[in-house]
Design a protein around this ligand. Structure first.
Ligand code: GYE
Length: 317
């Protein structure tokens, strides 16, 4: 209606601020886009942090490089954006820049992965997953599943493909699965390396496992992309994924659900990337000066393979 006939040539004397001056400028920097999870996360943020929702989004991606991400956050402070948000590639190293943001009076919302600072007044809130709990739940399922197979082995050999080292997603999941499997007493980690949360990392690690003839019973991949990469290698080498090697992974992307339906992944611990709406709501709450919880966990479920067919058609990512 702004361009309607009635308005033409008329001076706007109203005290109502113009649309653009009411928009909150949010500088957001994503960690990287190497996984289907992060692509879905970016999509969700872009779909919800819109002008219709009162947000002018400046979107940047750090392509998994910490220094790049740090300098982008710095540039947001220099640009005097209204609010900064980011998914920290690694947990540590954020203290100084967060202090600068605080001194400049710019609120900060941390997304997905967490920062490690001694002072949680350095950010307004965090929205993300309970990675430690994800690790516990996945390993707990695995313990029962291995029991149900009735194997005579007294120890199961486990390969763990970790996510990007030092990210809270990696740290939490690693701790969770290690602690939980230790309580069972019959799991032995024979391989533990990062695959950087991407398919190439899954391929490289699986090739190494085979080269080293590690004879693994279980693969725990800290995200689906690495599991799918490993599956490619297994199949090329005549190994039946999901049968010869039990596979558990994290995220719950559509391709992993398909792999479960096909019997190639045994269980997926979901990690929900659809947090754009929560971010848009949190931006409003913070900018309105209303109170907000410091930590906001997203809901997520465990999906054993026999449930996958019921859910696959409704997966949104
Ligand atoms: O599991 C992985 C992504 O931080 C929760 O990062 C996120 C993880 C997710 O690249 O696929």
């Amino acid at each position: 209606m702004a361009c309607g006939k009635e308005d033409s040539g008329r001076k706007d004397n109203s005290s109502e601020p113009s649309k653009s001056s009411r928009l909150v400028t949010v500088g957001y920097v994503q960690s990287g886009t190497g996984s289907a999870w992060s692509l879905a996360n970016v999509e969700s943020i872009k779909q919800n942090c819109t002008e219709e929702n009162g947000i002018n989004l400046i979107y940047e991606c750090a392509e998994d490089d910490f220094d790049t991400q740090l300098s982008i956050v710095h540039s947001f402070i220099e640009q005097k954006v209204d609010l900064i948000s980011f998914t920290p590639i690694v947990s540590e190293g954020w203290e100084d820049v967060l202090k600068e943001a605080k001194e400049a009076g710019i609120p900060v919302i941390i997304m997905d992965r967490m920062v490690e600072t001694g002072d949680d007044t350095l950010f307004n809130c965090w929205i993300g997953s309970n990675f430690l709990l994800e690790g516990y739940k996945a390993a707990d399922w695995l313990i029962d599943y291995m029991k149900s197979l009735g194997s005579k082995k007294d120890k199961f050999n486990v390969a763990l493909f970790q996510g990007a080292l030092g990210s809270s997603a990696e740290v939490g999941r690693t701790q969770g699965v290690e602690e939980m499997l230790k309580t069972a007493g019959n799991f032995r980690f024979v391989y533990k390396e990062t695959g950087n949360f991407n398919r190439a990392g899954g391929i490289n690690n699986m090739e190494k496992v085979l080269r080293q003839k590690l004879d693994i019973d279980v693969l725990i991949a800290e995200n689906d992309d690495m599991a799918l990469g490993a599956i490619e290698v297994m199949e090329k080498n005549g190994i039946k994924p999901g049968k010869d090697i039990v596979i558990v992974s994290f995220d719950g992307i559509h391709d992993a659900f398909q792999a479960m339906v096909d019997g190639k992944i045994n269980c997926v611990m979901e990690c929900n990337p659809l947090t754009g709406k929560l971010l848009a709501n949190a931006v409003k709450t913070v900018m309105d000066g209303n109170p907000i919880s410091k930590k906001n966990y997203v809901l997520e479920e465990l999906f054993p393979a026999d449930t996958a067919a019921d859910y696959i058609d409704n997966r949104k990512y």
